[in-house]
Design a protein around this ligand. Sequence first.
Ligand code: OTU
Length: 631
Amino acid sequence: MTALSALETDAAIVVEHVARREQPADGETVARLRAEFPRLHGLFRALYGDRATSLESLLTLIDAVLDARADRPAELRRLDRDRAARPTWFESERMLGGVCYVDRFAGDLDGVRKMIPYFRELGLTYLHLMPLFASPEGDNDGGYAVSDYRTVDPALGTMADLRALAADLRDAGISLVLDFIFNHTSNEHEWATRALAGDPVYENFYLIFPDRELPDAYERTTREIFPDDHPGSFVPLPDGRWIWATFYRFQWDLNYANPDVFTAMAREMLFLANQGVEILRMDAVAFIWKRLGTTCESQPEAHLLLQAFNAVLRIAAPAVLFKSEAIVHPDEVQDYISPDECQLSYNPLQMALTWEALATRDARLLQLALDERHELPPGTAWVNYVRSHDDIGWTFADEDAARFGIDGGPHRRFLNDFYIGRFAGSFSRGFPFQENPRTGDARIAGTTASLAGIAAGDDGGEDRVVLAHALAMSTGGIPLLYLGDEVAQLNDDTFQDDPARRGDSRWAHRPERPSERYEERRDESTVAGRVFTRLRHLIDVRRATTEFAGNELIPFHTPHAAVVGFIRPATDEHGGAVLVLANVADEPAAIPSETVSGLDESAWDLIRDSAVGLGRGLVLPAHAFVWLRVR
Ligand code: OTU
């Protein structure tokens, strides 16, 4: 039987199946099912076609999708239509993201609602709330161990509160972003407890092995992700068996080779979509498919699974976007980004290389990333951030570094030493995260202000905080602020005294809302006030600069290794173009007139709102940047 005839016969069965449903699907939904079916069918066959029951599984999935569509509230169906009419909404220069923990920033969901006026003051259009679902007591990886995707952590509120908050945020022009933590569940999820109790249906939801034979075989090629917690990728169960746990011992990886797992998780995803979530942050995408003899990261099936989830959403909740969280080699990061897979992605390379440039006072690797690794397919966007709730990992490509004679391994060790503050003369006060003595690997924890020099009292600290944000706000896509960084919050050292947080230095950069600093935010005699005022101004300028929409970027090279440069071209007939130059060095950089001779002599400084002449070149002070409208 050819693939085409399989599609035809299966489609006929699906049509009949859908017609027999108790609750008939509306015309719009049927049209979307028709449009997406060939793709979903192909993906499902590629993933599960070798199983005798694969068609049956597909029918179960389609029922789940149609049930979710039937449950989709009217205002979200309206959103589906609005987004379809303006599909590039997220590429606007007005987009600005913020991220926070509900409890640490605002107490609970009601507290978040009360912060909406502040979010508007700041200009947010996107709010990522860190995981807020039921989770084990004590250490739960900041909520990344989910025990029930349909229950909000009772300390934070209820599902009804979450729905109401999503609607209030939407009214304020802010899209709610939540994680879809789909690589693993907590060991207290009902599926996990049933698996542990020996229920074969749920044993099949996870990857459980009777002895060490296969775990040992897999571990010959897998990476240790959280070596502080346990070595390798497996943890023992009380009965002596071994279960796959890539991250913490209480986070059990799901078995996506089982189509029932895909359908069960699709149900949870659609449930979240129907609560009013507009963007799902797809956690740990690289890890979702395992294959013996490989790293078990970024396998081809990981992409097929994401595309299948994407197809499911296009039918039932088409307004919702995916943001990929792949903190891996830059080639691999790119592979997750397409309109059919994840429309948005963190840009870990730009993030890490911004810090790399600040430490080395050399922006060449960052420039190379903008020159060669910035472009994206139409209909997609980067999420550019200075730092997240996670560590900073040095995920640049060794082959890129080699082009400048830099050896990746020792360079990473230097960067770790520098940001931990072990390197003489460092301005940084960071912590090591998951330092692995066996491999010499480590990543970095710390708030932006503490890493950039403010905690150490370095003269360039405030400038570096602003510079790093200015880059995230100007290269394209959605800039994302870690809330609290706009008032230069410092590390929270108290995690070291809390048994539930002690083992995870990322808590250093997840402080509680620094309310004193927020009170000082209009007082420019304070650090918080100066940083806030400068960032707030950048946000205003960005919103008024249409050239900052979209992702198009033309590299602009200067003779200085410490200067990164690019032009953001006009996106409409009215715009000129915006030249961005940023100097990461501790000394001024003089840009000679020849470098800017291709531009009109008179330019407009968007930040100072004043004319500048380029006839004699220009001088960038230490840690300074310009956004110039040029012709
Ligand atoms: C993600 O990060 C989350 O962002 C973390 O907060 C979680 O702890 C983790 O998953 C488990 O849910 O290893 O150090 O892309 O870098 O997925 C962070 C690879 C992590 C990993 C990433 C993971």
